[in-house]
Design a binder for this molecule. Structure first.
Ligand SMILES: NC(=O)c1ccc[n+]([C@@H]2O[C@H](COP(=O)([O-])OP(=O)(O)OC[C@H]3O[C@@H](n4cnc5c(N)ncnc54)[C@H](O)[C@@H]3O)[C@@H](O)[C@H]2O)c1
Length: 334
């Protein structure tokens, strides 16, 4: 491996620009190649980075001489990129949620495990100090009840909606619970262990006159944990007066309140002192550094979220969709 790590991007949208911000100030990393199904988008990003563009992921991974690849695609667009990385035996970073088709994602997870390929999924909150402090304390004082979610306003037509954006289409994004609350589902697993059963309801028909809109306006999802604890997570994209991101975890002796995108944490103890831990504003750069250090050294111990693990988070949001459709609880098999 040369002094500079050569990285390629599959997907040149919002998250490509976000990761590029952190990577381009790292002296030992160069973004050497970009590909996107919309060629102009790949070319525009590549021009700002001095990178080469390629027509397809296969071509890029074959010809660009890369050390690692970033897969920065919408949920519906996965498969080809991961297969190209597996075929080239190239470590990959993949944004969350890692897919939409659970069968395909499970198959890819098996291939990743079989090949031993180094992967990192974009559940960046697992790298926060606040989250890891809570995880340590919860290992001795387990959660009884968890409550959290993401509440936001109605999607607004804007530059991104001049064509119908994938986010508002259920068959492309999986809906807000799958695409956004996936962060909270993942933290539930990271802090409190695996889930056993999922039962969900949704609301629809409140957001009107948004062309192409097929996602739910809101969802409430009850989750039974293997530990015996219970959780209620929710999504809403139709609340225009108030909202936010939060996660409250209640254990016998301690309560944890995460607030905002940065997951700033307040810890309360029964009859004792509290604690405050601010969330890191630059968490994408933190996870990028951890992934790329692992690529360079081969030491994976800093990586908190792998592709196969992220597929277990996917199973919960897919189960929520199934429960909404059937009106019945879904028992998780893994
Ligand atoms: N970690 C986070 O907090 C966070 C925040 C926002 C988005 N995301 C996730 O990142 C992923 C990408 O989101 P985004 O905001 O960058 O979306 P985006 O729409 O801005 O960009 C996606 C890009 O992928 C391209 N694309 C689609 N199919 C492709 C294919 N088969 N091959 C190559 N390129 C293809 C599109 O043309 C587009 O340029 C999504 O899964 C999203 O959920 C994560």
């Amino acid at each position: 491996m040369a002094n500079q790590l050569r990285v390629g991007f599959i997907g040149a949208g919002g998250m490509a620009r976000e990761h590029a911000k952190g990577l381009r100030v790292m002296n030992d990393v160069v973004i050497a190649a970009v590909t996107d199904v919309v060629r102009d988008r790949a070319a525009a990003l590549a021009a700002t980075l001095g990178a080469a563009t390629y027509d397809t992921p296969e071509q890029m991974l074959r010809d660009a001489g890369l050390d690692a690849v970033y897969i920065l695609l919408p949920p519906f667009a996965h498969g080809e990129a991961e297969r190209a990385a597996l075929a080239a035996r190239l470590p990959f970073f993949v944004e969350k949620p890692v897919g939409l088709d659970l069968g395909l994602s499970r198959e890819l997870a098996r291939e990743v495990e079989y090949s031993g390929l180094l992967t990192c999924a974009g559940y960046m909150n697992r790298h926060r100090k606040s989250v890891n402090r809570a995880r340590d304390l919860l290992s001795a004082d387990p959660a009884v009840l968890v409550h959290g979610g993401w509440i936001g306003g109605s999607p607004k037509p804007g530059p991104d909606y001049s064509i119908v954006h994938w986010w508002i289409q259920k068959d492309k994004s999986g809906g807000q619970f799958h695409e956004q609350v996936t962060h909270t589902i993942d933290l539930l697993r990271y802090l409190c262990g695996e889930a056993e059963e999922v039962f969900a309801y949704s609301a629809a028909g409140f957001n009107r006159d948004i062309p192409g809109y097929t996602i739910d306006d809101a969802a409430v999802v009850n989750i039974k944990l293997r530990s015996g604890g219970v959780a209620n997570l929710m999504a809403c994209t139709a609340s225009n007066a108030d909202g936010g991101v939060w996660l409250n975890v209640y254990a016998g002796k301690t309560a944890f309140k995460f607030t905002g995108w940065e997951h700033t944490l307040t810890i309360k103890r029964a009859g004792g002192d509290g604690e405050e831990i601010a969330g890191e504003p630059d968490i994408f750069a933190v996870e990028d550094r951890i992934f790329l250090d692992a690529v360079r050294s081969g030491d994976r111990s800093g990586i908190r979220s792998t592709y196969p693990d992220a597929v277990k988070t996917l199973e919960i949001s897919v189960a929520a969709s199934q429960s909404i459709a059937s009106g019945k609880p879904v028992h998780l098999t893994n």
